[in-house]
Ligand binder design. Structure first.
Ligand code: MLT
Ligand code: MN
Ligand code: ZN
Length: 304
């Protein structure tokens, strides 16, 4: 399986258009060692020709231009993307669907009933797309039964419900239902290897930790280093936990959970622009380096 990281930033990307935080300002001025990141999306392929897109970010146009396998190559209008899977209904994970409205047939979109509800009510993207070629919705169940996608040769997908938050415009904001947020195990049946992908999670429940422990690669929520990072920067009084993201550095944070895992290659993704790990010279980044935990970057390729 070829995994290509299209966008490794969180909502807003890095640098964020209106942000003058230490990192955003440092990147613009060239005073920190780091690189720009577009908003959260990856793509996977088991045959090198047909690609499943995970999450459609507002930056998708630039992301497609940066990755030739997804570009038109077979007829006058086409794409290497054979289907789209959504982990949640957040703006950074779904707004790219609008950019993809010129597709020559309905998009095959795989998401849960909860995400479908959000995207036909509070944020009615699917309704809007109905005025173009439309959406061919495939319901992703939260029962952890594996499923396959036509053309996505050799790949088997399992949705794993995650404890997180529904988006602000969701009918179930603060009253989350299973399926508001899911991670995915993606197994390649030809190599027997598997990826666990969860760009946003508020808690690592025991069954989620099992998926991580048994994966060959994990790409997991790297949004913030500390829960109060946004208020420390004077940006917002919202805690990361209120947005459904688990911090990395606290006693029960992401690092304490994944450090002991022996099998997987560990990579953080969906990194918010305030996170000190974006600065390659920061003590926080050195701590990750020492623990063998990687920080993803746009364009990163992983083959398993
Ligand atoms: C999140 O991950 O919490 C959201 O994407 C934030 C946002 O984009 O507004
Ligand atoms: Mn996000
Ligand atoms: Zn910033």
């Amino acid at each position: 399986m070829h995994i290509h990281l299209l966008g490794t930033g969180a909502g807003g990307g890095f640098p964020q258009w209106n942000c003058n935080c230490k990192n955003c300002m440092g990147l613009r001025k060239g005073t920190i060692k780091s690189s720009a990141r577009t908003q959260s999306s990856i793509t996977v392929s088991g045959n090198g020709v047909d690609w499943v897109l995970f999450n459609a970010s507002p930056d998708i146009r630039a992301q497609l231009e940066a990755f030739p396998p997804l570009q038109p190559a077979r007829k006058v209008r086409d794409t290497g993307i054979c289907a789209i899977i959504l982990c949640d209904a957040q703006i950074d994970h779904s707004t790219g669907l609008i950019i993809l409205r010129e597709h020559d047939q309905p998009w095959d979109v795989y998401c849960t009933a909860a995400v479908h509800e959000d995207l036909t009510s509070g944020y009615p993207l699917f309704n809007i797309l109905g005025h173009f070629r439309g959406v061919n919705w495939h319901e992703v169940k939260t029962d952890q039964k594996p499923f396959t996608i036509p053309k996505a040769d050799n790949l088997v997908f399992t949705a794993v419900p995650l404890s997180s938050e529904a988006p602000p415009y969701s009918p179930h904001r603060h009253n989350t239902v299973p399926g508001d947020n899911v991670g995915f195990k993606v197994e390649d049946t030809s190599t027997g290897k598997n990826l666990f992908y969860a760009p946003g999670l508020g808690e690592v429940e025991p069954q989620v930790l099992d998926y991580m422990a048994n994966a060959d690669v994990i790409l997991v929520d790297g949004t913030v280093w500390t829960n109060d990072e946004m208020s420390r920067e004077g940006i917002s009084d919202k805690l990361a936990s209120e947005m459904g993201h688990l911090d990395q550095s606290s006693e029960k944070g992401m690092l304490s959970l994944i450090k002991p895992l022996e099998k997987p290659r560990k990579i953080l993704i969906h990194i918010n622009n305030t996170n000190p790990i974006l600065d390659e010279d920061s003590p926080e980044r050195k701590e990750l380096d020492a623990a063998g935990i990687e920080v993803s970057y746009d364009g990163m390729d992983i083959i398993i």
